[in-house]
Design a protein around this ligand. Structure first.
Ligand SMILES: [Zn+2]
Length: 434
């Protein structure tokens, strides 16, 4: 009877699976670097890969192709390809694993390796290719990363995380959404006279006060967040949650829309999303799981260039495709004493949509366009819907202690932030094409 030993994690930004081998497999690091977990049996030292085992959920089918390619590089040894399980699909793509069994491999090693490069799973590549190939980062990729780093200076380094995927050896750390959601919320705070932070540690919610109620930007993960963090936060800072007339959901992922229904049900708040993201949520939700509130029913759909008004406030809708194809990055004015400032709230930051070059190109274009728009419009405040990127929680604490408002960064800094994101996106896109 054949036994199958897990060999390593195969992962890209979308998914991962186990590779196993029987009866023996290589432990030679010159074969490449791959990742082990502590519960794996010791690997026999052998160049004989025996039979390769691989598999996963239906969603890990690209990795099955990778497994085939690996097997094609070891045709003499490839006798069996069996099951592995996807481990680290992004939450929005996670599904009950469905086993499959791979068929015999017949492609030539050369074709297979090209295919592998196209798929771009560095860990798999490392199993069959010289290490130098797996490590390669082209000069063009390095140029983009250097440009991003230069633009980041010392104050925007958090955004540089976006460029990490340009390294062929990079493995995205697993994201435990439940744990992130469970992080205790920071106290609500005032960023400007008419803009308040009422979000959590992981995902933000911003309240813009107007002469006729409140516009909320994003509603966090679920009813509990809406009630315990946003609603309670509004009350804590002296605002009436029943005045939330409009919720602009920056994009159709569960961590931003999940609490919207709570306000719609309780206070009749209108929910605004882009046409593209309403459609995505209705037809092919990208980032949904039970911990999130249910996607809201279609309400107000907006397009690029639209304006949402409430009382004395106007919010310009800038659509910045990439993170989702209908991400809204709103632009609006805020006040700090006698000073007026203009905010760009970047609506979707991570490249967590898998290897979709056209989509990442859209992100590159969106950041370049937003940079021009921000310059023309005199935007001098850049904030995010995840505080990791904009340091909003730390800034709130600083703002509360008096002195100059740390949210007012100035137009050149806004431009630099968009350059960091743009260059990181270009670096990753270039690495995909390498
Ligand atoms: Zn998202």
């Amino acid at each position: 009877m054949l036994s199958h030993f897990p060999l390593g994690t195969v992962a890209d930004r979308n998914c991962s699976c186990w590779l196993g081998a029987e009866p023996a497999y290589s432990n030679d690091r010159s074969q490449g670097d791959f990742h082990r977990t502590s519960n794996l049996p010791p690997r026999p030292r052998s160049q004989d890969f025996g039979g390769l085992s691989a598999g996963g959920s239906r969603e890990a089918l690209p990795l099955l192709r990778v497994a085939r390619i690996i097997a094609s590089g070891h045709r003499d040894a490839a006798r069996s390809v069996t099951i592995c399980e996807e481990e680290r699909m992004p939450p929005f793509q996670r599904a009950t694993p469905t086993s499959f069994r791979a068929e015999e491999v017949s492609s030539s090693p050369l074709t297979g390796r090209r295919e592998l490069l196209r798929i771009g799973c560095a860990c798999c590549l490392a199993l069959v290719a010289p290490r130098a190939l797996a490590d390669a980062m082209t000069p063009e990729v390095e140029r983009h990363l250097a440009a991003a780093e230069q633009a980041a200076g010392t104050d925007l380094k958090a955004l540089l995380v976006l460029g990490k995927a340009a390294d062929p050896n990079f493995q995205a750390p697993p994201q435990d959404v439940e744990k992130l959601i469970a992080l205790p919320a920071p106290p609500p705070g005032k960023a400007f006279d008419n803009l308040y932070f009422v979000g959590g540690k992981w995902v933000s919610s911003w309240a813009l006060t107007t002469s006729d109620g409140i516009i909320l930007f994003d509603a966090m993960n679920n009813d509990n967040d809406a009630e315990q963090t946003i609603e309670r936060g509004l009350r804590t800072i002296g605002l009436d949650p029943s005045k939330v007339k409009t919720i602009i959901v920056t994009h159709g992922h569960g961590d931003h829309y999940g609490g919207a229904n709570y306000f719609a049900r309780k206070y009749g708040s209108r929910i605004v999303l882009s046409e593209a993201d309403w459609t995505m949520m209705e037809t092919k939700p990208e980032f949904d799981r039970p911990v999130y509130g249910r996607p809201p029913k279609r309400d107000v759909a907006v397009a690029d260039g639209d304006k949402i008004t409430l009382g004395d406030a106007a919010v310009d809708i800038l659509i910045t495709p990439g993170h989702t194809m209908g991400t809204i990055s709103p632009i609006f004015d805020v006040r700090s004493g006698s000073q007026s400032h203009r905010v760009l709230l970047w609506g979707g930051t991570a490249f967590n949509f898998g290897r979709q070059p056209e989509r990442l190109q859209a992100y590159v274009d969106a950041t370049a366009r937003a940079r021009e728009v921000a310059k023309q419009r005199g935007v001098d405040v850049f904030i995010s819907n995840h505080s990791f990127y904009d340091g909003s929680i730390e800034k709130l604490a600083t703002a509360a202690s008096g002195g100059s408002n740390p949210f007012v960064q100035g137009a050149p800094t806004v431009e630099r932030a968009l350059t960091v994101m743009n260059e990181c996106a270009q670096a990753v896109l270039t690495s995909w094409k390498a």
